[in-house]
Ligand binder design. Structure first.
Ligand code: GZL
Length: 349
């Protein structure tokens, strides 16, 4: 009987061993399913990445250049705000070249930054590189200037001024100032060709003056938002108008710096800026406000460069899981010479 029991126990052990071996073989023999292709998840750029409010944020920022006082103030605002918010900032200056901005954005993608922000030097030509950022799962924020892309999910938000409204404000002042005068000749110094501020400031100004037949834009050309080019183009305006026997009544410059360059040309031609030729500009940076306080610029429409704080707060919001409005418009005012004089002492830029 005992022998039988021992045999039964042995058989049971053998059976258990056989079952265990068969199971593990099943595990081993089932071919491992090929891993599903693990493409980086495409990011709905309006959605926030995994929220981890304590992780140090890395931001890749591509700046247009250093073409104007406005740009210098904008760069200072971005850099100082990054420090203030504890954000690790990678910063590049594109010297007003789109190819440099595209290169910088691709570098940030390779560096796997958390966010990319930039002020696009011109509106078009961004679809491909922004798609690369989206496919890499890196949200992109636009500051200052806009892009013209087919798929607006390629960026999370555009924070900056309403340039059309800035042009309207300038145009409305001109309509009011010259409402009782005939045959007013206007020359226009446009910003960087193809940039959203240049396109929209022109659009808003022309919309504002379209029902005033006494106002005519007789010359218009880009001054590239710089003082030097603004002076050069204004010299050519003065020369050609003189040869045509016509006077210039008003200069509309898309930014203070081109207006300041034009003032040099007007004075070198023996004319008085703000009197012989009235001047309206956009930005309201310190040098522009000083010229206005001195009566050389008659009206300035403000365009605030102080976007750094809003940008860094937006990154913190995204990191904590919040979503942002697609369009965040900066608030800004206008200045007559007296208002400029009063505001100058406390101007942050
Ligand atoms: C406007 C900004 C423009 C400024 C110029 O938001 O992009 O670029 O008006 C600057 O002074 O060069």
């Amino acid at each position: 009987m005992k022998k039988l029991a021992r045999t039964g126990a042995l058989l049971a052990v053998i059976m258990v061993l056989l079952i265990v071996t068969a199971c593990s073989k099943t595990k081993d023999t089932t071919p491992a399913a090929a891993p599903a292709e693990t493409k980086a998840p495409t990011v709905d750029a309006t959605a926030a990445p995994a929220a981890d409010p304590n992780k140090k944020i890395t931001l890749g920022f591509s700046q247009v250049g250093a073409e104007s006082g406005w740009r210098a103030a904008n760069t200072k605002s971005v850099q100082e705000s990054a420090k203030e918010f504890g954000i690790d900032l990678k910063f590049s200056d594109a010297q007003q070249k789109q190819e440099n901005q595209i290169k910088a954005i691709r570098t940030y993608i390779q560096q796997k930054v958390d966010y990319i922000a930039f002020s696009p030097v011109v509106e078009s030509g961004w679809d491909t590189v922004l798609k690369e950022a989206k496919d890499a799962g890196i949200p992109v924020l636009l500051t200052d200037r806009a892009v013209d892309v087919a798929d607006t999910s390629l960026y999370v938000t555009f924070m900056g001024s309403d340039f059309v409204e800035e042009g309207r404000k300038a145009g409305k002042w001109v309509v009011d100032t010259f409402k009782d005068k005939k045959d007013i000749n206007i020359v226009e110094l446009q910003g960087t060709t193809g940039s959203s501020p240049a396109i929209d400031r022109k659009k808003g100004f022309e919309e504002a003056i379209k029902d005033s037949p006494n106002l005519k834009i007789v010359k218009t050309q880009t001054g590239e938002f710089t003082r030097a080019k603004g002076k050069e183009v204004m010299e050519s305006f003065l020369k050609s108008m003189k040869s045509e026997g016509k006077k210039i009544d008003l200069l509309y410059a898309h930014n203070d710096d081109m207006g300041l360059g034009a003032i040099q040309a007007i004075e070198e031609a023996g004319l008085v800026p703000g009197k012989d030729i009235m001047i309206v500009t956009v930005d309201a940076v310190k040098d522009g406000m000083t010229a206005a306080a001195d009566g050389k610029i008659n009206y300035i429409v403000e365009c605030s460069p102080m976007l750094g704080g809003q940008l860094m707060q937006s990154l913190k919001d995204l990191a904590s899981g919040k979503t942002l409005a697609k369009r965040i418009v900066t608030k800004e005012g206008t200045f007559t010479p007296d208002q400029a004089k009063a505001a100058l002492p406390t101007r942050p830029y």
